[in-house]
Design a protein around this ligand. Structure first.
Ligand code: GLY
Length: 311
């Protein structure tokens, strides 16, 4: 089968990373290799404070990284959560898929696996992220409190982060692959895991029906299995547009409910990127003004489009 290669990504990813991926696709690279290539470039970008090196740390000042990888041809998937001290969580996630009969490794187990496969170590806390964390702790800590629950609830009142790296790639053979990587919500409670490494919540990919990936407040994407739900609706015959609108409306309803009690109420949103099996793409968000990028083999560079906000 000959298909037109296409890359769908979140708008925060630099054009050159996506364009580089498309160059590789034009040369015949696989969707999996290109998804990993783009994700690794974002993980290395010190100015991207929600992914990889330079990501905002948790409330203890530790960078805990989540990533997942899914192959649409086989439905195989790999993921890591709360991984510390490795340069490319997405590559570790892909190796979980390739080398183990498991899908998700967390914390120390994920780090052990990364060590055993020879993954590159790196101190992922950049000086800038460390300075921002110190400042936030100084703002919220009173009377020498050491209680991480109290500090987290205070620090999260202004939410930073959870923008996430989403990339969905279709190659010339028609195979699709999706990759998601994030440092999660800034100042999160240690061990907090969002939707990004949860297959079905933040990432899902099936060549036969399509793929979806989420950004924004992972807690709500987990609660409705957002990515798998979008793909399953397309499996049931819904159009990409109808599936995206439905999932965004459900996410919006849950955000409204959580707004009543969550300390993160002021900044909450979710955006879902969707590609269908024919290579049509779209993005749907719970608030206006959010964008995404798409590049086909005919485009010299990625094109930025605004996500649909159906609420
Ligand atoms: N969507 C990323 C997170 O909530 O961690």
């Amino acid at each position: 089968m000959v298909s037109a290669p296409i890359i769908l990504a979140n708008a925060e990813i630099r054009d050159e990373f996506i364009a580089d991926g498309m160059r590789q696709l034009r040369r015949g690279a696989s969707a999996g290799d290109v998804a990993e290539l783009v994700a690794c470039a974002v993980e290395d970008d010190p100015e991207e404070h929600t992914v990889g090196y330079g990501g905002w740390p948790n409330i203890l000042g530790e960078v805990e990284l989540d990533a997942s990888f899914m192959d649409g041809a086989t439905l195989r998937a790999g993921a890591v959560a709360a991984l510390k001290g490795f340069r490319h969580p997405i590559s570790v996630a892909r190796q979980v898929m390739l080398r183990l009969p498991h899908v998700l490794l967390v914390g120390e187990g994920a780090a052990r696996f990364a060590t055993e496969i020879g993954a590159e170590r790196r101190d992922m806390l950049s000086p800038e992220a460390q300075a921002a964390w110190r400042q936030r702790i100084a703002e919220v800590a009173q009377h020498e409190e050491k209680d991480a629950i109290t500090l987290t609830m205070r620090a999260l009142v202004e939410r930073r982060g959870s923008d996430t790296m989403n990339v969905i790639v279709r190659d010339a053979a028609g195979n699709m692959c999706s990759a998601v990587s994030t440092s999660g919500i800034a100042w999160k409670y240690p061990g907090r895991v969002g939707d990004s490494p949860i297959i079905g919540a933040g990432n899902y990919c099936d060549n036969r029906y399509g793929a979806a990936a989420c950004m924004g407040l992972g807690e709500v994407a987990i609660r409705i299995g957002a990515a798998a739900q979008a793909v399953m609706l397309m499996r049931l015959g819904w159009s990409l547009e109808a599936a995206g609108r439905e999932v965004a409306c459900q996410l919006y309803a849950l955000l409204g409910e959580s707004n009543a009690t969550d300390p993160m109420r002021r900044a909450d949103w979710v955006r879902i990127l969707i590609m269908d099996a024919a290579g049509n793409v779209g993005a749907f968000a719970t608030r206006p003004g959010l964008s995404y990028k798409v590049q086909t083999a005919d485009d010299p560079r990625p094109i930025t489009r605004e996500a649909v906000c159906p609420v």
